[in-house]
Design a protein around this ligand. Sequence first.
Ligand code: AMP
Ligand code: ZN
Length: 116
Amino acid sequence: MPMKSPGCIFCRVVARELPATLVYEDDQCIAFEDVNPKAPCHLLVVPRRHIPTLNDGGEEDEGLLGHLLAVASRAAREKGVRSFRTVINTNADAGQTIYHLHVHVLGGRIMRWPPG
Ligand code: AMP
Ligand code: ZN
C-alpha cells in the first residue's frame, strides 16, 4: 500500500498541508484535536502511513497498531485526561467517514455504554 493517498484528508494533515492542532508526533504517527469534537477532549491518533481501515492492516502492522494505543493513552494524559474511551470506526455502518485509519480518544465527560 502506498505511503500516501492523493486526496486523503489525514494524509494531508500528516504532510502538514492542512492545519491541525497537534498534541503528539513521532516517526510512526501523529495525534491532533478533532475539528468537530464530540467530548471536551477529542483527539485522533493517526498513522503516518495510509491504511484505509483496520481491516487493511497486515501482520506487519501489528506493532504499529499497538503503538497507536500506547500513544492514545500518552496523548490523553498530556491533556490531563485519565478516563477516556478509544474508538476505531471500521467502514460505513460503524460510522467511518475518513478512510485513513484513526483512533478516537474521547474524554472529559461521562461516557455512556453501549455506544449508539
Ligand atoms: P470517523 O467518522 O471515525 O471516520 O472519524 C472522522 C473524524 O475526523 C470525525 O470525528 C471528524 O470530526 C474528524 N475530522 C475530519 N476532518 C478533520 C480535520 N481536517 N482535522 C481534524 N479532524 C477532522
Ligand atoms: Zn491517508
